[in-house]
Design a protein. Structure first.
Length: 277
């Protein structure tokens, strides 16, 4: 694990605070990022990262390596190298699109006061800001097909609660139509194909909507949300497409001076509290 430790140290020291959206501060002496800063970005303890960098830790899991790759803003070649040093095969091409590009990660890290998240074309959340977690829930622990919003929509009814109840039929049909657009491009043996097959097996509701053959390739720009603490709010969704990876950066804003804007300010506070916990 010596090479892994050295690679992690070198990549950490090569990053500056401003590269990841952090303030430099007047007393910084450490070259690059501090271990505690990388640990926070990767969602792990500083002690665990210390042990990895000192060749004392256990073999890291795929999830840990993926989190470190995002935190250190590794490109695909560096990410693959990190996986191999950690004792795992580099992610196959079918899962490579789950790695957020450094450029998209930098943009997201500058949107700390706004609900924003990076998603795949299947609606799999890859990275979120704190206000996005407060609005939509923390997607960091999701795995497998549950990463896809459309899969949770038809298998976990409670996942629908983030949207206004009056819009549930529209939201469900939109998710299915977007899935069909991806499925048409990628086929039965793709990740979209796996989602379609499983949902047809377990959800009669999905099967009925799927049979209508509706197609859509983008989310509506205005969405109504329902939050247990701030109530219902309407937000505008702007989408930035990464043409290299196909990822979408979704940014949610409110019209200034409205009740929705005031509720969004409260969500920022809730997001900060969640992050602190």
């Amino acid at each position: 694990m010596h090479q892994l430790a050295e690679f992690l140290r070198k990549r950490r020291e090569a990053l500056q605070p401003e590269d990841v959206g952090l303030p430099r501060g007047p007393r910084r002496r450490t070259p690059g990022l501090r271990r505690e800063e990388v640990a926070v970005l990767a969602g792990m303890s500083t002690d665990y990262l210390n042990r990895l960098e000192q060749s004392r830790g256990p073999q890291p899991s795929v999830q840990i390596l993926a989190a470190l790759a995002r935190a250190l803003h590794l490109d695909r070649a560096e990410r693959d190298h990190l996986f191999r040093l950690g004792g795992h095969a580099a992610p196959e091409r079918v899962t490579a699109d789950l790695h957020v590009s450094p450029g998209m990660q930098r943009i997201l890290e500058r949107l700390t006061d706004t609900p924003a998240q990076v998603v795949t074309e299947l609606g799999e959340t890859l990275a979120q800001t704190d206000p996005a977690r407060a609005l939509l829930g923390d997607a960091g622990e999701l795995s497998g097909l549950r990463r896809a919003t459309v899969y949770r929509w038809f298998t976990e009814p409670e996942s629908r609660d983030v949207y206004a109840r009056a819009d549930h039929d529209l939201r469900g049909r939109t998710f299915v139509a977007e899935l069909r657009a991806v499925y048409a491009r990628t086929g039965d043996r793709s990740r979209a194909g796996a989602i379609v097959a499983e949902l047809q097996r377990v959800s009669p509701e999905f099967a009925a909507v799927w049979a209508d053959h509706e197609v859509a390739e983008k989310h509506p720009m205005t969405k109504r949300f329902a939050h247990p603490d701030v109530g219902e709010l309407t937000l505008h969704c702007q989408t930035l497409l990464d043409t290299e990876t196909g990822h979408r950066l979704l940014v949610f804003t409110a019209t200034p001076g409205t009740d929705d804007a005031a509720k969004l300010d409260l969500l920022r506070v809730i997001g900060t509290q969640l992050s602190a916990r």
